[in-house]
Design a protein around this ligand. Structure first.
Ligand code: ADP
Ligand code: TRP
Length: 329
């Protein structure tokens, strides 16, 4: 991550729920690391969140929570840009332009669409066209590098495909972005052993109360090997999550305790809970301060929106001219 310097970087995160440690280790932590040596744009993908929920109050609440969490976790508004996707409504205009060049077959092959429909999310047009809006998000800021988790790889491929079609049809207009598949962590498992996800009700949230955090960690599903017997540390959600918070030696120590027997899953969970709580403690304090200072948070988002919109206007003017839209304003 340190080797990445001087690039224009962009990423978005959906405000579709409360952020969890999978989001942190899979995305936010790296976003924050990149801010120092690069030109970074991060946004709250509130238009995208509308594809899977129609609860306006929740959308507002979760959108602010994402912004506050970024700030609490170390996002620095002096170094990088943080904004709401909908503060740059031109992105919907670019999405329209791109949709005129997006083959149906490309979207029909979308894994994410198929997965979401299989989970019961209504198959609306917005959900189907989600990758086109995501392409617009990326292309409207001339982003060069997009740090995302593995699950977003196909969306980046689609973005490149669509941008290439645009440039072929209308001449060089859009910068072709690269993905940066975040390498440091594998997929963080949830308390049920599946991928941790807001939509699976299996998350460990960063900023819940101590009591709620403990309850969540204690709910990690395990087999019923009795306390005194040896346990397999290599297929253990407890150990896998502990790895994110502990040194190699500490992980090895926990592994050995499981292997030796006499160390129950409950013991492991308790150690894990304490680690998670300590790790986020300074950020929790910062978060509480921010919640008492919403004017500051709103100011950050306003300034971010202005910067993002200035860049988007530049790219949109280029796109409008190249496709032949007349402009009288
Ligand atoms: P969720 O599945 O909880 O709705 P999102 O799809 O909004 O999460 O993901 C936001 C970011 O966090 C993405 O970059 C994604 O790759 C990353 N991410 C989400 N869940 C995990 C996980 N369990 N492990 C690693 N990264 C994750
Ligand atoms: N689809 C991404 C996710 O679910 C969120 C997102 C929307 C995004 N637009 C983006 C990520 C643009 C990177 C770039 O995680």
């Amino acid at each position: 991550m340190d080797a990445i310097k001087g690039r224009r970087i962009l990423s978005g995160i959906q405000p579709s729920g409360i952020l969890h440690i999978g989001n942190y280790f899979g995305a936010i932590r790296q976003h924050i690391q990149l801010q120092k040596d690069n030109e970074c744009y991060y946004f709250v993908a509130n238009y995208h969140a509308m594809t899977s929920s129609t609860d306006a109050e929740k959308l507002r609440e979760h959108s602010m929570m994402v912004a506050i969490d970024y700030l609490a976790l170390g996002f620095d508004p002096e170094e990088a840009v943080l904004f709401m996707q909908s503060d740059v409504p031109e992105v919907a205009e670019l999405a329209w332009m791109l949709s005129t060049l997006t083959p149906m077959g490309l979207l029909e092959r979308g894994h994410s669409y198929k997965d979401k429909v299989a989970k019961g999310i209504p198959a609306n047009h917005g959900l189907f066209a989600y990758p086109v809006l995501m392409a617009a998000d990326i292309l409207i800021y001339d982003a060069e590098l997009v740090p995302v988790g593995k699950d977003q790889k196909q969306h980046l491929e689609m973005t490149r495909d669509i941008a290439e079609k645009f440039n072929l049809a209308y001449g060089e207009t859009l910068v072709i972005p690269e993905e940066l598949i975040l390498p440091e962590v594998a997929v963080v498992p949830g308390v049920d052993g599946q991928k941790m996800s807001k939509s699976y009700d299996n998350t460990i949230e960063m900023f819940t109360s101590k009591k709620a955090l403990k309850k969540k960690v204690m709910s990690i599903v395990t087999d019923s090997t009795p306390l005194e017997e040896p346990k397999d540390p290599d297929n253990s959600v407890i150990v896998d999550i502990y790895k994110l918070f502990a040194t190699k030696e500490e992980v090895e120590e926990m592994r050995q305790k499981f292997l030796a027997g006499g160390y129950g899953y409950g013991h492991g969970k308790k150690e894990l809970f304490e680690r998670i709580y300590e790790y986020f403690e300074p950020h929790r304090q910062r978060r509480e301060e921010l919640e008492q200072n919403m004017d500051y948070v709103e100011g950050v988002l306003r300034k971010g929106a202005e910067k993002a919109r200035a860049k988007a206007t530049e790219v949109m003017d280029r796109a409008r001219d190249n496709v032949g839209l007349l402009r009288f304003l």
